[in-house]
Structures are given as C-alpha cells and as structure tokens.
Design a binder for this molecule. Structure first.
Ligand SMILES: NC(=O)c1ccc[n+]([C@@H]2O[C@H](COP(=O)([O-])OP(=O)(O)OC[C@H]3O[C@@H](n4cnc5c(N)ncnc54)[C@H](OP(=O)(O)O)[C@@H]3O)[C@@H](O)[C@H]2O)c1
Length: 255
C-alpha cells in the first residue's frame, strides 16, 4: 500500500461501526501499519474491544462523542500528543436513523423533523468538517496522506431519482461539498494530502439493516469485502484524484 508502511499511523473514526471495524481490522491484518487509532463512542466494548484483544497495542482506542465539538478537538489533541503524523484518516461513521431518538429517513416532506435534520447534519456533515479542522496539521507532512470520508451515493444530487431521505441525502451532499472544497485548499497548502469521498455500496450493517429486504441478491456486501475495496481505492489514489467522489469499485459518482 502506498500510504502505509511500518512507520505509518492511521486514524479510523467510527471504528466500532460495521465498516469502520472492518477497515480497522483489514489495516491491522494486511498492512504493516504501526498503529491504528480507533475512535469510537465505546472504546471498552463491542467491536473495538475485540480489535484490542486481538491486536494489542497496534490498536489505540480513543473515546469520542462526534456530536460534541470539544470532544472532536480532544481527539485530535490526544492523537497529536502521541504522534506528529497521520498517513491515513478515515471518517467511517454516519447516521441514517436512530429509533430511540425518533429519527427515521423521511418519505414525504411532512416527515421532516428538526431533530432528524440536526442529528444528520451534526454527525454526517459537521463532524467530518471539525475532524478536518483539527486533524489537518497531522496529515500535512512530507509523505503522502489520505483524508477519506464515507459518503453515500444517495448524497449525489444528479443521481437523485427517488426523492425522500431528505436529511440524510442533504447531509451527505453537504459532506461531499466539504470534501471537494478541502481538496482544493489542500492543493494549495497541504500538497500531499489526498481528499476522497467514498461510497461503500450497500453493506450489511446496523445502518442498512431496516432496508435490506429490498436489496437485490448479491448486492448486499459484507463489511470485510467493502473494507478491502475501499482500501484498494485509497491505495490507488494519487494527488490528481483528490476531491473525487468514488464508489467501492472505483467508478466516479456524479455530484
Ligand atoms: N451500510 C451501508 O449500506 C452504507 C451505504 C452507503 C453509505 N454508508 C456510509 O458508511 C458509513 C458507515 O456506516 P455503517 O454501515 O458501517 O454503519 P454502522 O455500522 O451503523 O456504523 C456507524 C457508526 O457511526 C458512529 N456513530 C453513529 N452515530 C453516532 C453518534 N451519534 N455519535 C458518534 N458516533 C456515531 C458509530 O461508531 P462507534 O460505534 O465507533 O461509536 C457507529 O457504529 C456511514 O457514513 C454511512 O452513511 C453505508
């Protein structure tokens, strides 16, 4: 992998999610990465605890609450106090629904709620922006580095043929605009940082679980398969690819 050697440090935010954990596991299993910082709401339980049990000190769990800007700043401080450089940062978190909070993707405009909008925008849009704001100094060094955010095809404006899912679609479209803008700024002042928006494809996870009945046979990917595909995209990306919106198979997605 171009990005990763035995001196490399990676940060996966949302490492307890299905895709985040699979990305973390694959980095640890198939690359010589020195350490993966696994940022999660639950550092001592769930998938991140399992990763720590299997991989020891190559996994550094860090607690983060992505709805709290101070917590995001503290995450960058904690990582930065231990390492001056990150070679890969993947925003692997996201929200589409939260039954406990009464948040559900909207079918009709009347279904829009302030709580749903706020949760989607806070997590899917604001958190990647604040993470970049605090972590860019760790990515800006003499080596190639990648800042990748998991987006979603439904965040494409030109690809929107079904409507609905207003808050999620809008939050991912705004995330995409940020990734594009960050790529332009990095080309000026952080010239080895490659910024990517990546669509994982429909993947078996808590996020997709309520909608899997409609997925055609063979189109529901395992998190392990998706992690392999996404890390290939990250590996292959050059500076000229910065600011692109790519699917799991490398196909560009129209904005
Ligand atoms: N699954 C799909 O079919 C699909 C399709 C297109 C795009 N995506 C995108 O892929 C990304 C990963 O999704 P996934 O399928 O792996 O979903 P997932 O298993 O539900 O994981 C999402 C993770 O996001 C973090 N998160 C969610 N709500 C949070 C909150 N309130 N505060 C802090 N962290 C929160 C959590 O990480 P921790 O548990 O570590 O705290 C959670 O485990 C998302 O951006 C999603 O939009 C997924």
């Amino acid at each position: 992998m171009q990005t990763i050697d035995e001196h490399s440090e990676a940060l996966v935010v949302g490492a307890g999610g299905a895709i985040g954990a699979a990305l973390t596991e694959r980095l640890l299993d198939t690359t010589p990465v020195a350490r993966v910082w696994a940022a999660t709401r639950h550092p001592d339980s769930g998938r991140v605890a399992g990763l720590r049990a299997r991989h020891g000190e190559r996994v550094q769990a860090v607690a983060v609450d992505l709805t709290n800007p101070d917590s995001i700043a503290a995450l960058a401080e904690q990582v930065g106090a231990a390492t001056p450089r990150l070679h890969l940062l993947i925003n692997a978190f996201g929200i589409l629904h939260d039954r406990d909070a009464g948040i559900w993707p909207e079918k009709r405009v009347e279904d829009i709620t302030a709580a749903g909008l706020e949760a989607n925008l806070r997590i899917n849009t604001m958190a990647p922006m604040l993470i970049a704001r605090h972590c860019l100094p760790l990515l800006n060094h003499r080596d190639r580095a990648v800042f990748a955010s998991l987006s979603a095809r439904v965040g494409s404006i030109s690809d929107n043929r079904l409507g609905g899912w207003y808050a999620y679609r809008a939050s991912k479209a705004a995330q995409n605009m940020f990734t594009r803008g960050l790529a332009i700024e990095c080309a000026r002042r952080a010239r080895r940082v490659i910024c990517l928006a990546l669509h994982p494809g429909t993947t078996d996870s808590g996020l997709s679980e309520p909608f899997q009945a409609h997925v055609p046979d063979g189109k529901l990917f395992t998190p392990a398969f998706v992690a392999e595909c996404l890390l290939k995209r990250i590996d292959a990306a050059g500076i000229d690819d910065s600011g692109q919106f790519l699917a799991w198979d490398g196909a560009p997605i129209p904005w």
